[in-house]
Design a protein around this ligand. Sequence first.
Ligand code: NAD
Ligand code: ZN
Length: 346
Amino acid sequence: MISLLDDDFSALNEFLTELKPSQLIILADENTHEYCLPQLLVNLETEIPFEIIEIEAGEDLKTIETATHLWEILAEFKTDRNALVINLGGGVITDVGGFVASTYKRGIKFINIPTTLLGMCDASIGGKTGIDHAFLKNIIGTFSQPEKIFFYPKFLKTLPFEELRSGFAEMLKHGLIADEKHWKDLISVTELSADHLEMHINKSMQIKQNVVDIDFKEQNVRKTLNFGHTFGHAFESLFLKKENAIPHGEAVAMGMICETYLSFLQKYISAETSDQIIAALQFYFPYQDISHFSNEEITLLMLNDKKNDSGKIKFSLLETVGKGNFDIEVSEENVIKTLDFYRKLS
Ligand code: NAD
Ligand code: ZN
């Protein structure tokens, strides 16, 4: 499912020769069009006709309007059911491109070529596609697996530092919930750069793929990937609403600090282990001021999170370093204690 691309993209060319699609539709955003598409085009060795679609960059484009625009273009191109969509971009492109491919003519094939660290280690894997609607993230979508995921770490050389760090947060999460060695390897990285992270990408991708293979529809173990995301999504929404948006991974890192402490309060991990994890996370993700968010608005957002049912907040926490758990009901008292703890880190 996941293949590393060499500089000549030979694995991609071999895949296309075997699949023999009727047409290629390459979807890029303005940045991946500029920084990544030339490398793809120079190596593409195929007689298959192709079209390129470029959309603007950013989460704002993950909408039904974009999907409609793309469906219309596919119809104009007379794209048939044997065509292949190539999603060349970060999570926005793989989410919206996968959604459009999986719904056009009841579904055509697509592959993902993620170009951000978050895209490589997280968003391109697992078959969740989707768009946002009415301020709700990923509220419309499908479970549809790409035919293949090809990754080319050199794409990360042009990625802004904040985006690299955002993806690094999800890699750290993979270590914490599934692989202690991966966690230890990652926290020994002293400089967050494409060169220093490259060797760890494959492992992080495999961890996500393994979890998804066991539980594609998120009935059980896939929920462990939500570690850090209950507090994290609430913080992400509040920053977006009240001031400047922060990258998803930044919010998840704050969420992981909170949910590590909560794992201690729930008596899964010792105070010492909790302190060690939090110190490591803080090295890369310094405190973000949340003093102007009230406990009420944070908990209300967490209650609305799609992971919950019956009015209770359910968490995915740490059982130990390298093992996550899920569906943990937590008292409001412990949620408030956790927020007090985070605020004291300032
Ligand atoms: P993104 O796709 O918006 O990319 C971030 C920025 O980097 C964009 O401006 C983009 O144009 C730019 N960029 C991409 N590749 C580049 C490159 N090689 N060089 C320079 N600039 C480049 O954001 P993201 O962080 O990759 O993904 C976030 C999205 O992924 C969110 O919408 C989130 O909901 C989704 N997501 C989906 C899943 C899933 O399982 N489907 C999982 C996690 C996140
Ligand atoms: Zn995430």
